[in-house]
Unconditional design. Sequence first.
Length: 73
Amino acid sequence: MEKELDKNEIIEDIKKLIITAEDDSIEINPNFLEYFQLDELISIKEQLSIKKSKIRESTFDYLDELYEKTKED
């Protein structure tokens, strides 16, 4: 049962990483999730976290560049 609890926590974390706005609601088919082992879900979570971090970093870089361009004008 402890493993199932961990699995549910990881799934909730994955849902949080998928959303793009605070009011988004993500539902994942529970039958689909039964095919994944805990270590696979952890890997998915880590990959999503890295991607989200890179997107955030890219966005900040873009905004900095935009700011510098407007500052020059």
